[in-house]
Design a protein around this ligand. Sequence first.
Ligand code: PNS
Length: 162
Amino acid sequence: MVERTAVYPGSYDPLTNGHIDIIERGLKLFDRIIVTALKNPSKTYLFSLEERIEIMNETFRGRKNIEIDYFEGLLADYLVRKNTFTVVRGLRAISDFEIEFQMALMNRTIKNDIETIFLVPSISYSFLSSKLVKEIYKFGGEIRSMVPDVVDRKLKEKYALK
Ligand code: PNS
């Protein structure tokens, strides 16, 4: 039987329950999901690539159908290296649509085999983003229901150091 694999790319700075929700939904359609974090040297992240990967490894430890990886440069080139041409992305709201539509078409322009599948998260995560999680945490808000435990712990460590 041919294994159906999809790639779920993102910044994952940090991983949220919204991402996890999309991964679990994706696994209803695919046998394996490769969750791959972008390494972009010209972007400032709160969590280093190593930390983002560590968070994902800890969250999905023992899950044989979830592979954690990273990529640098074009997603299309990464997909060619992985010989996997299906991309999964989450669509939270209409506002996500335009940029996602552009990215899907741009990826397909670069490599015609690339298909992008959009999954809709649970309504309770449709307002959630890594950016908002960081902002809420920074200003003393409660984020425990929005992220896996490891992220809550790492955020505490990070801000305690500052
Ligand atoms: O979590 P994000 O920040 O919305 O993820 C965006 C990501 C990483 C999927 C996107 O920026 C990306 O694929 N970057 C790699 C560069 C690339 O391939 N650009 C051309 C296609 S738009």
